[in-house]
Design a protein around this ligand. Structure first.
Ligand SMILES: Nc1ncnc2c1ncn2[C@@H]1O[C@H](COP(=O)(O)OP(=O)(O)OP(=O)(O)O)[C@@H](O)[C@H]1O
Length: 260
């Protein structure tokens, strides 16, 4: 069964089409990278898919009741604002809220999910720290851990690797890839095309209206990384030239120069 279906999803803001007629389906086992230049509409598309902003067309997640949706998809937004001075452990435990009944305390299963998420993101040393006193990268890892603790079939994250050091970027991508290998799915927006190419099973490329010759922004390509990132699209959509090789160490992608 599909974990997300979008059918002609469109978002207009202030009279401007930000997302135009996006249709796609995400199946179990996929690690999907949502890519596109600044302003392409990646955040808007994911927020509309989750039902967080008004949209035209259909999203299977937006159509769900809030509690059902919170069990179907976890969401890590781009803003890493943590307002409450709770401990890291308590913040990660918030990911279990959709699984708790009214007034119900955390069960051993909930605690195990929190422990696993904290271990996956390497947060054991920060477990008792105030979540409001973390570096940007630490806060990002805590918010990813909260999403992991939610243990949903689909995990959606907006630029989860932004601000992470190289080791944590790679381990985070490996964590998402492992979830996909278990039969869950991840939809993750990314600017680092090298990470996207190495770890994602599929890329969805969207472009702003201004980048397209026909003036129609939206979904430009959807498929395997090597099929999506053609030299022509890299030039037209991103305005770059890149080296893309498949070596002994897997696919390697390196942007080389600006073309415009
Ligand atoms: N509340 C809003 N009102 C009007 N326009 C908006 C609003 N939010 C976003 N936009 C516009 O929608 C477009 C897409 O924004 P969005 O944040 O979805 O892009 P993005 O692909 O996630 O960009 P980035 O890579 O820079 O994070 C941008 O041109 C942005 O200015």
């Amino acid at each position: 069964m599909s974990l997300l279906t979008l059918d002609r999803l469109s978002v207009r803001m202030r009279g401007r089409a930000i997302v135009s007629d996006v249709s796609l389906t995400i199946e179990p086992g996929e690690f999907v990278g949502l890519i596109g230049p600044n302003g392409a509409g990646k955040t808007t598309l994911m927020r509309a898919a989750l039902g967080l902003i008004p949209a035209q067309g259909h999203s299977s997640l937006a159509a769900m009741a809030p509690r059902e949706r919170a069990r179907a998809a976890a969401w890590m937004p781009q803003a890493r604002e943590i307002a409450w001075p709770v401990t890291v452990e308590t913040l990660v435990m918030l990911g279990r809220v959709p699984h708790l009944g009214a007034g119900q305390r955390a069960s051993p299963e909930d605690r195990a999910a929190v422990d696993a998420a904290i271990a996956q993101m390497g947060l054991q040393p920060l477990r008792g720290r105030a979540a409001t006193r973390l570096s940007g990268g630490e806060a990002a890892r805590v918010l990813i851990a909260r999403a992991l603790a939610q243990q949903t079939p689909l995990l959606m994250a907006d630029e989860p690797t932004a601000g992470l050091d190289p080791a944590h970027q790679i381990s985070t991508m490996e964590t998402f890839a492992a979830l996909a290998a278990e039969g869950k799915s991840c939809l993750v927006s990314l600017h680092d095309l090298g990470l996207a190419v190495r770890h994602c099973t599929r890329l969805i490329l969207i472009a702003p209206q201004s980048a397209m010759e026909d003036g129609q922004g939206g979904l430009v390509a959807d498929g395997a990384p090597e099929d999506v990132l053609t030299p022509e699209r890299l030039d037209h959509v991103f305005g770059i030239e890149a080296a893309f090789r498949r070596g002994e160490d897997g696919p390697l992608f390196q942007p080389l120069r600006v073309t415009r």
